[in-house]
Ligand binder design. Structure first.
Ligand code: GTR
Length: 421
């Protein structure tokens, strides 16, 4: 091999390696190169006045911040529908009798339109309604456990021949869901495939739930209207509407959880819907818990370029222009206050900017304090595998971008703590 060819081959191999580890090159992973920036103050009204007390946060500043995120980041979603149409289509025993399983189809219209196929595992031995974790899954309900009673999704999937799932993928995401652990601790798991709400590719919003809510003459959502993340979040709220009618679930104790793009989604769901009692964001990164202004790992421009359908079109104004954003992601966390929020990072997941994820929780603290809700219980970012938790919780664990048993143990402990269990 001549020298030139060798260099080209080496460069190619290196770039493949960096993509495989989820850390594309040409982005900043060096803390000393994080630009200096000023974060918008969650406790300053748009006219510059300070938010003096909890009442002013609730009645003035919180609605303002929520509107800013709708207008500039995720887009506005339709109002809560008067009702959803739910039908229990199957139920039975699971996990060798340790759990019960229920499958519920939710429709947004009486006939036609997308169907949200919801899978619920509850502890077999429970007397009365159980608290629950509600989260979207990436690859279909059949990947969440090895349970043969769960049908393989018929929807478009990212992985799979011709974007169709097969029975081979049954149980392939089981380590991310830890059903046994969850039910053993007395919780239910409620999950559905995010593609039931909106398939995750850029098709100009022709599929999924967007077309149901277009105004007359509109071909796609306007620049301040919902992208896919907002649609997934809105779908989670529709599942919560159903859970409020399900007597096996304690509707006051539903935590919303998500990983990665779905961690961005769980944060937005929690912000838009205060009925979620706890909000959990696992490795959510850019557009999730990570501060956009840090430009560490994934940037606003990169995410809007790779995934043009995730955010609203207005978010493009902040490509390479983060300092002009009227918000940053600490204000998203603050929208949850005084509810408990847990943010988790992974040491090798530098693309998602672990420090930026921690700092969002840290800089949301003033709002929690104003509401007398405590804070994070730590001044500095904790060491790897040393979780901190007060009303806000945070850990950075060993390992890569993923959801693991370690993460679930922290979330279960956090829920126990806040529910007084
Ligand atoms: C990546 C994306 C991240 C994160 C991740 C995921 O490609 O850059 O923002 O969302 O996908 O969802 O797995």
């Amino acid at each position: 091999m001549n020298t030139r060819l060798r260099i080209v081959t080496l460069t190619l191999l290196l770039s493949l390696a960096s993509t495989a580890s989820g850390q594309p090159k040409e982005f900043n992973y060096d803390e000393s190169k994080v630009p200096k920036f000023n974060l918008p103050d969650p406790l300053k009204l748009s006219n510059g006045d300070s938010v003096k007390d909890a009442a002013a946060w609730r009645s003035e500043r919180r609605p303002q911040v929520l509107e800013l995120f709708r207008e500039h980041v995720y887009g506005r979603s339709p109002k809560k529908p008067r009702r959803v149409f739910a039908e229990v289509v199957e139920s039975g025993q699971a996990l060798e009798g340790r759990a019960t399983r229920k499958q519920v189809d939710i429709r947004l219209q009486r006939d036609g339109g997308p169907v949200l196929h919801v899978l619920i595992y509850s502890p077999a031995k429970s007397n009365g309604p159980t608290p629950a974790f509600l989260g979207l899954n990436f690859n279909g309900n059949h990947t969440v456990s090895n349970d043969p009673a769960v049908p393989v999704t018929k929807n478009w999937v990212r992985r799979g021949k011709n974007n169709r799932a097969s029975a081979d993928s049954r149980g392939t995401s089981a380590s991310r869901w830890q059903v046994d652990r969850i039910v053993k601790r007395g919780y239910s798991l409620v999950t559905l495939y995010y593609g039931d709400i909106d398939p995750d590719f850029d098709d100009g919003f022709k599929n999924g739930i967007h077309p149901l809510y277009l105004k007359k003459g509109q071909a796609k959502p306007a620049a301040d209207e919902w992208g896919s993340i907002a649609a997934w979040a809105w779908g989670l709220s529709r599942v919560l509407d159903y859970l409020h009618t399900d007597e096996s679930i304690d509707q006051t104790k539903v935590a919303v959880i998500g990983h990665s793009r779905l961690g961005k989604t769980s944060l937005w769901a929690g912000a838009e819907d205060p009925r979620f009692a706890i909000v959990i964001s696992n490795n959510s990164g850019c557009g999730g818990a990570a501060l956009s202004r840090r430009r560490f790992g994934e940037t606003v421009k990169r995410i809007n370029t790779s995934f043009p359908h995730w955010f609203c079109d207005n978010f493009n104004k902040y490509n390479d222009n983060e300092n002009e954003l009227p918000v940053d992601q600490h204000m998203l966390v603050a929208l949850m206050a005084p509810r408990p929020v847990y943010i988790a990072s992974a040491e090798q997941d530098r693309w998602a900017d672990p420090r930026g994820e921690f700092l969002s929780a840290k800089f949301a603290e003033p709002v929690y304090r104003l509401l007398n809700a405590g804070g994070l219980g730590a001044e500095q970012m904790p060491a790897v595998d040393k979780p901190v938790a007060d009303r806000l919780g945070y850990h950075i664990r060993t390992g890569k971008h993923d959801v693991t048993a370690y993460d679930w143990d922290r979330y279960l402990d956090f829920a126990d703590k806040h529910y007084g269990r």
